[in-house]
Design a protein around this ligand. Structure first.
Ligand SMILES: Nc1ncnc2c1ncn2[C@@H]1O[C@H](COP(=O)(O)OP(=O)(O)O)[C@@H](O)[C@H]1O
Ligand SMILES: [Mg+2]
Length: 257
């Protein structure tokens, strides 16, 4: 494998706007281009594996809990173990390897107490881990709090998903304003409208215009996505002529992916 620089893409926005669906469609697009990628489900309400059609048993949350336990109550069976290599081997163990992507799930939020030590170890491990991939696609939760519990230091593109609702746009605007204050270094922020229909397209354009938000794309409300969702079938089964998949492919090209 030649020299490559990892591109990290994170997806955020109000709950229910389609973050996980967009993440899954982006992963599907990158897989088609045979890129080597890491998918990260950074939402405690783990939905990405099911949407991708992949089962995950263990999470980063479990690994952190294990380390926290050892760090706070040293036990005779773990005398002076190197905690960083212990956590690293745990993280490598829980990576789910799929034919065209690896998947890592954050899982449960941390318990009470200070996890600073474990989180610092984790960041160091993630910094090294992401370098093994061409792309990292992170599906995140609705709020922005998780960006302070950052597991990656740099994000190349932050994709903010909104639907036609005013609240979706408000969240997008708030995120755009917050980006400057975050400790995470975010190179680009793009807003993407999802579930666009002939009926709501005008409203979406007006809301975006009023807020001075430029939209990188408008992903249509796709009856095929709805059909799979109702049947509990993963988006990996979406046919190639899906209108949502086609628009996500265009957006990926605009982002230079
Ligand atoms: N472009 C789309 N067309 C049709 N349904 C969609 C589309 N995007 C998302 N959905 C549906 O909207 C619901 C919420 O999507 P989801 O990705 O889980 O949102 P989030 O991750 O932001 O909470 C799901 O039922 C999903 O199938
Ligand atoms: Mg989600």
């Amino acid at each position: 494998m030649g020299y490559s620089v990892t591109k990290i893409i994170a997806i955020t926005g109000k709950g229910g706007t389609g973050k996980t669906a967009v993440a899954a469609l982006l992963i599907r697009y990158l897989c088609k281009n045979k890129e080597f990628l890491l998918a990260v489900d950074a939402d405690a309400d783990t939905n990405l594996p099911e949407t991708l059609g992949c089962e995950v048993e263990h999470t980063i949350g479990d690994a952190k809990e294990f380390l926290q336990e050892i760090a706070t109550n040293p036990r005779p069976e773990h005398p002076d173990t190197n905690k960083e290599s212990l956590l690293q081997s745990k993280i490598y163990e829980i990576i789910e390897e799929m034919p065209c992507y690896d998947l890592l799930v954050m899982g449960r939020p941390e318990g009470a107490g200070c996890y600073c030590y474990v989180n610092n170890l984790l960041r160091g491990i993630m910094d090294k881990l992401v370098q093994n991939y061409d792309f990292v696609v992170m599906d995140t939760e609705a709020g922005l709090e998780h960006f302070s519990r950052k597991i990656v230091r740099d994000i190349d593109s932050l994709l903010v998903v909104t639907d036609a609702s005013r609240r979706g746009f408000r969240t997008a605007e708030r995120i755009r304003e917050l980006v400057a204050e975050l400790e995470v270094n975010i190179k680009e922020v793009h807003v993407l409208a999802n579930k666009v229909t002939d009926a709501n397209q005008g409203k979406i354009e007006k809301l975006a215009g009023d807020l001075g938000l430029e939209l990188i794309g408008m992903v249509p409300l796709d009856p095929k996505v709805e059909e799979l969702d109702i049947g509990g079938i993963p988006l990996s089964k979406l046919p190639d002529d899906s209108i949502a998949a086609e628009e996500v492919a265009k957006i990926a090209k605009k982002l230079g992916l």
